[in-house]
Write a protein that binds this ligand. Structure first.
Ligand SMILES: [Zn+2]
Ligand SMILES: [Zn+2]
Length: 341
């Protein structure tokens, strides 16, 4: 089978490797759609977003996939060959309080596909069968793949932040995460203001439903947000850039007692606790990967509200063209880049 390997800085090889073997509790899944995520680019650039040496490893990247179950181990009862499944990226010990609760990413023994385990930019993947999440026929493969990371992440972030009709939400960053946020915040009924310095990305955000756009290069963000919120400031902000300026904007645009969700990964950031947090009595949430038990709710909400998650997939490639796919994704010339079969 074919599998993407990162063989050097910004260098991709599509290698021929053996189809992995299944254990008694595993499923072999034939991938149908498998998205690129910004965190794949850390490895592509020879760095990492984890506190380990995952940039140095040779694991196949890719953690935002779905496919068809091809074969299962003898102890597997939850899926069978032919099932369409989204794949949960995190594998935990399966026994600790976090794993039992569906928060595998918090397990002290976790591994994420594409980083500490072989990932899904490949024809096949083997995972514990419990990582297979059922997909209804009405959910396309591309949409299903996107729900396993950006879609599920932004749906649950909006839910955690209590986004609802009447809320004003500032989304900082109009890349795939930010635009996923636009789709879900609009579906929850909120007024959505998007901040970015990239005109194409702002136009994309507008096209999928953003109400107001702000470009910090030539506009005063705080003034504009106040203007759009009757002078109050936003109820909620969602930081999707992963840069220090973006995080500071997210803290500053919300009103007193507002809520901030941090999604963009960032190694460090300077802020002023007194003026930016304490004296506004803010609540700040770290919004990482969604809880596995939320999958059905994510799928239902997306389908019932016609959330056009598939629109984020602006570029699709065959896995053979992985070098080009990574290059285009890295150039900011795309929203989501997805491998399809
Ligand atoms: Zn990701
Ligand atoms: Zn665990």
């Amino acid at each position: 089978m074919k599998a993407v390997k990162i063989i050097g800085k910004e260098l991709i090889e599509v290698a021929e490797v053996p189809v992995p073997q299944i254990g008694p509790n595993d499923a072999l899944v034939k991938l149908q759609a498998s998205a690129l995520c910004r965190s794949d680019l850390y490895r592509y650039h020879g760095t990492t977003c984890f506190d380990d040496d995952s940039a140095e490893t040779n694991y196949t990247p890719g953690h935002e996939p779905c496919g068809i179950v091809e074969k299962v181990g003898e102890k597997v009862a939850n899926v069978k060959p032919g099932d369409r499944v989204g794949l949960y990226m995190m594998v935990g010990c399966g026994k600790c309080q976090y794993c039992l609760h569906g928060d595998q990413m918090l397990c002290s023994d976790f591994g994420c596909i594409g980083f500490q385990l072989d990932g899904a930019h490949a024809d096949y993947i083997v995972l514990p069968s419990e990582n297979c999440m059922p997909m209804p026929d009405s959910l396309s493969y591309v949409a299903g793949a996107l729900l396993t990371d950006v879609g599920g992440g932004l749906y649950t972030a909006c839910r955690t932040l209590d986004v609802k009709g009447g809320s004003s939400v500032v989304i900082v960053g109009a890349g795939p995460m930010g635009c996923g946020g636009v789709l879900y915040a609009k579906a929850f009924g909120a007024k959505v203001i998007v901040v970015d310095i990239d005109k194409n990305r702002l136009a994309f955000a507008k096209n999928i439903g953003a109400d107001y756009l702000i470009d910090p290069t030539n506009e005063d963000v705080l003034k504009k947000v106040k203007k759009y919120t009757l002078g109050r400031g936003a109820d909620i902000s969602i930081e999707c850039t992963g840069n220090e300026k973006g995080a500071n904007i997210a803290f500053d645009v919300v009103r007193p007692l507002g809520r901030v969700g941090i999604i963009g990964e960032n190694a460090s950031c300077t802020f002023n606790p007194s003026t930016q947090f304490i004296h506004k009595k803010l609540t700040v949430y770290g919004c990482w990967i969604f809880n596995k038990h939320d999958w059905q709710e994510i799928v239902n909400f997306t389908l019932e509200n016609n959330v056009a998650i598939e629109k984020l997939a602006t570029h699709k490639y065959a896995i053979e063209d992985a070098q080009e796919a990574y290059k285009v994704f890295d150039s900011h010339g795309a929203q989501k880049v997805v491998f399809v079969w």
